[in-house]
Design a protein around this ligand. Structure first.
Ligand SMILES: [Zn+2]
Length: 237
């Protein structure tokens, strides 16, 4: 698996909003600025064929209208969008607000999948319900290829399913929003205890506040890696 970190910050951070790209065509979350970031690394946004959205907060999907615009402009193929069952309506509404005259073409370019388990290329992917804010369905995703398990938490506080992800994965891209964890987001305290408990898993911190990033730099745990925008990793299966 080739993993490109498009963004590693939260919305208040000077870093890009948290988002990842797998194998150049599987996008995990579509926050503000995603289309331009992708273009800047030499990939045409219209070539993104698979889009996984962790949850419907604006800093995780508000570039979808621009992705649609890129697709219309290039008359490119339809992308699969994996998300919760409110996704089609939410993406339609935000696109209608942004480009009312383009929204009638949306069904040519986005096809929705709400399954808990699905396959993309050679990956078996599992969608796992996590714990975020009231009224928000937030999911993490675990990719499995030949028993290489790589996880993406999206936004979540510490919960049983985060522990399941940490136990199962060898690499976990993990919300570490704040210095002290809250109900809706993990913090350095949560990450430290997870890293001590699940020593076979490497934790990659993302969705960080700038103050959290500074504080994380003081840690010496070998299995915590602080992500930066534009980092790239190759995970062998
Ligand atoms: Zn959120």
């Amino acid at each position: 698996m080739k993993l490109k970190i498009l963004g590693s910050g939260n919305i208040f951070s000077k870093h890009n909003s948290a988002s990842c790209l797998v194998d150049d065509n599987i996008l995990i979350d579509v926050p503000n600025g995603t289309c331009k970031i992708i273009k800047n690394i030499g990939i045409e946004p219209c070539k993104i064929s698979e889009i996984l959205i962790t949850h419907f907060h604006g800093d995780h999907y508000l570039d979808m209208p621009f992705l649609l615009l890129n697709k219309i402009f290039d008359n490119s193929e339809c992308s699969n969008v994996y998300c919760d069952s409110t996704g089609e309506e939410k993406i339609y509404n935000v696109t209608k607000l942004a480009f009312p005259n383009k929204v009638e073409k949306i069904n040519n370019y986005f096809k929705y999948n709400y399954d808990k388990k699905f396959k993309i290329n050679d990956y078996e992917i599992e969608k796992i319900l996590l714990k975020h804010e009231e009224g928000i369905e937030a999911y993490g995703y675990i990719f499995n290829k030949n028993h290489l398990y790589v996880g993406f938490t999206g936004d979540s506080g510490i919960c049983d399913n985060i522990e399941i992800m940490a136990r199962k994965c060898s690499h976990l891209i993990c919300d570490c929003n704040s210095i002290i964890g809250k109900k809706s987001h993990m913090g350095i305290d949560n990450l430290t205890s997870l890293a001590n408990k699940y020593s076979n898993c490497i934790f990659y911190t993302t969705h960080m506040d700038d103050s959290t990033r500074k504080e994380l730099e003081k840690l010496t745990l070998k299995n915590i890696i602080i992500l930066n925008d534009n980092d790239e990793f190759i995970f062998e299966d």
